[in-house]
Ligand binder design. Structure first.
Ligand code: GDP
Ligand code: MN
Length: 380
């Protein structure tokens, strides 16, 4: 899960990493009020889950409340790489002497986490890595050994930072960032720029923060930061009902139980010349209500022309899924042709239940390949 800048900074603050004082605003009037509270010049920052906001006109300095209101008006509603700005972070403006870059992420090849630090911050890090790789200081941290302060010294010397006072502050930030990264189960914590003010103070001016989705159950406070409005309406509806749903752009709606099976179903659809409309995973449960929910989500997509149910039942039982399908058909009018392939636990019982009720738009096939062929035919 990606966090907004202001959320990442909130976590930075919790772990003692210095950030500027700021307020959230969703209207120009709120931006004005925030600037009044903060006092002095502020920076008005678009909160979107994408980078390069500065270049796109999503970051603007304002000399006071009135200016902040005007800048807010300009930035709200702006489209930045397909993300429409609905929220602003109003922050006390910083004076900047130098812009550095500091991040920690996983180096999967090395099976260790990796710090990167360079004094050439502010710009895109990929450029630095390509044009001036020597400027990028790297440090691996062994997860079993844990982080050792002497390692951070090497990282800092490697980046060519020689001012002792700066070294001391960055040493402290590096240690805290490591704790923050580990304790929040983050996959990326990036500070670009990490600034040095004319007074010699080091501070995080931006945050890019990604938390491992699979660890969110351990962090209810972070899980709550998820902004549902940032997702397409049907993905939001699916999430609320506990159905995994990813929109694709073909015309065959796919429903399966288990991500592996769903992915192979997508492949088989492609193999027989079709195009999947979505990726929809019922998970291990597959109870009647789950089937009803998933069918409602799938049929809400106007691109869907046919639906393929691919169930390989282990814990799930095909007779329960069959009842779910019938229940869904009785609750909502679904005109789409539905192709069903059952295998595994109670597959025979499931097929019998469907054969007995025999809804006109239901087609039962006994193999995955046949079912895919039929679904693609019916979508044409
Ligand atoms: P990004 O473009 O999405 O990475 O957004 P950043 O938060 O990194 O801001 C982009 C650039 O705006 C920074 O590199 C700074 O040069 C500038 N900037 C951001 N905040 C301030 C501030 O408080 N004062 C000044 N002078 N410049 C700022
Ligand atoms: Mn940045």
């Amino acid at each position: 899960m990606d966090l907004y800048e202001y959320q990442g900074k909130e976590l930075f603050r919790r772990f003692g990493i210095p950030v500027s004082e700021g307020r959230l605003a969703t209207t120009p009037a709120e931006a004005r009020a925030a600037a009044e509270e903060l006092g002095g010049p502020v920076v008005v920052k678009a909160q979107v889950l994408t980078g390069g906001r500065g270049k796109a006109g999503g970051i603007k300095l304002a000399d006071g409340p009135e200016d902040a209101e005007g800048k807010a008006e300009e930035i709200l509603g702006l489209d930045i790489n397909g993300h429409v700005v609905r929220k602003l972070w109003i922050e006390q403006a910083s004076e900047i002497d130098r812009e550095y870059y500091l991040s920690i992420t996983f180096d999967r090849g090395a099976k260790q986490s990796l710090f990167m630090l360079t004094t050439e911050g502010g710009v895109e890090i990929e450029e630095v890595a390509e044009n001036n790789p020597d400027a990028l200081s790297r440090l691996h941290v062994d997860p079993l050994e844990g982080f050792q302060p002497y390692q951070a010294r090497r990282l800092i010397y490697g980046a060519g930072i020689s001012d002792p006072d700066e070294q001391k502050q960055i040493l402290d930030i590096v240690g805290k960032l490591y704790t923050c990264f580990v304790e929040t189960d983050a996959m990326l914590c990036e500070i670009n720029p990490l600034i040095v003010t004319p007074g010699g103070e080091v501070r995080a001016l931006d945050s890019k923060f990604t938390v491992d989705d699979n660890a969110l159950y351990k962090h209810p406070d972070i899980a709550e930061m998820r902004d549902l409005e940032a997702y397409p309406a049907e993905e939001r509806a699916a999430r609320e009902r506990g159905v995994t749903y990813v929109k694709l752009d073909g015309d065959v709606g796919i429903l399966g139980n288990g991500a592996g099976l769903v992915m192979s179903t997508l492949d088989v659809i492609a193999l027989v010349g079709g195009r999947p409309a979505n990726f929809c995973d019922l998970g291990g449960g597959g109870d009647a209500q789950g089937v009803v929910d998933a069918l409602e989500i799938i049929t809400a997509d106007p691109q869907v022309k046919s639906i393929l149910f691919n169930i390989f039942a282990g814990i799930t039982r095909c007779d329960v899924v069959a009842q779910g399908i019938l229940q869904a058909l009785s609750q909502t009018t679904i005109e789409h042709p539905i192709v069903v392939r059952f295998d595994g636990t109670n597959a025979e019982e499931g097929r019998e239940i469907l054969a007995e009720a025999a809804p006109p738009n239901l087609h039962v096939e006994s193999t995955m390949l046949d079912a895919a062929r039929r679904a693609v035919e019916l979508a044409a």
